[in-house]
Design a protein around this ligand. Structure first.
Ligand code: NAP
Length: 246
């Protein structure tokens, strides 16, 4: 907690999309938020300004999560500015789709670097530094259970994230820190929408029994639950937030 009693949350990849909604929601819940981003500084700054205007507290921090030294500096910055870290939300991620026959090395390596090694990097720092009572939430994906063509490498990185979620929950025994994952279904962000023809978007929007796309705020609500008082007894779980798609 900071001197004024608020808890400190790092949200990776929070300049836009689901991460931005999570940062905004946690700030509204009373957390001091560290808005990590890779390249879109202006969007991160605009979000921080909006949070501050609404009475919250936010700091932006550039770091490529696939760079272990940069992630270490991200935690250093949070600790130096706010005195410690209570919550890590591993949201940063990329998706590159191709059949395995067509998957080139760049597609494979980039997703492993950000989605898998990036999460290793942040979990390592969080394991060493999170204060007692802390919470970790990793963003997986419901594609882990859908087995759709072209999603193999992306889904494999997210399956790895789910495995690390379970293992780290056990490794942190005695620390009073929970580790969970949220696995969204199709959610209306650039990651999902970019490059898809409208008919594909329409079809995927109707797959879930609730017959709409998820909104970033739907996912932020699930994260808010897991890091808030009502989520205290949830540990080592994967919560699929997807309108019932799988
Ligand atoms: N949208 C969906 O349908 C969906 C479904 C299931 C799971 N997910 C997962 O939810 C998470 C958020 O997805 P999204 O849809 O919100 O994606 P998005 O709109 O593409 O936003 C991605 C965010 O991650 C950041 N980022 C990318 N690479 C990074 C890196 N190397 N280091 C630090 N930050 C990095 C981006 O920063 P910049 O703005 O600076 O580039 C941006 O803030 C991802 O883990 C994704 O796999 C999404």
């Amino acid at each position: 907690m900071t001197e004024d009693g608020t808890k400190v949350a790092i949200v990776t990849g929070a300049s836009r999309g689901i991460g931005a909604a999570i940062a905004e929601r946690l700030a509204g819940d009373g957390f001091t938020v560290v808005i990590n981003y890779a390249g879109k500084a202006a969007e991160a700054e605009a979000l921080a300004a909006r949070i501050e205007q609404n009475g919250g507290r936010a700091l932006t921090a550039q770091a490529d999560v696939s760079d272990a030294a940069a992630v270490s500096r991200l935690f250093d910055t949070a600790e130096a500015t706010f005195g410690g870290v209570d919550v890590l939300v591993n949201n940063a991620g990329i998706m590159r789709l191709a059949s395995l026959a067509e998957a080139d090395d760049a597609l494979v390596d980039s997703q492993i670097a950000v989605n898998l090694k990036g999460v290793v990097n942040t979990l390592r720092e969080a394991s060493r530094r999170l204060r007692t009572g802390g919470r970790i939430v990793n963003l997986s994906s419901s594609v882990v259970g859908l087995f759709q063509p072209t999603y193999a490498v992306y889904a494999a990185t997210k399956a790895g994230v789910e495995a690390m979620t379970h293992v780290l929950a056990n490794e942190l025994r005695g620390r009073n820190i929970s580790v969970n994952a949220v696995a969204p279904g199709p959610t209306a962000t650039a990651l999902f929408l970019d490059g898809k023809p409208q008919e594909v978007i329409d079809r995927l929007s109707k797959l879930a029994p609730l017959e709409r796309l998820g909104q970033p705020q739907d996912i932020a609500a699930a994260v808010s639950f897991l890091v808030g008082p009502d989520g205290a007894w949830i540990n080592g779980q994967v919560l699929r937030a997807n309108g019932g798609i799988v």
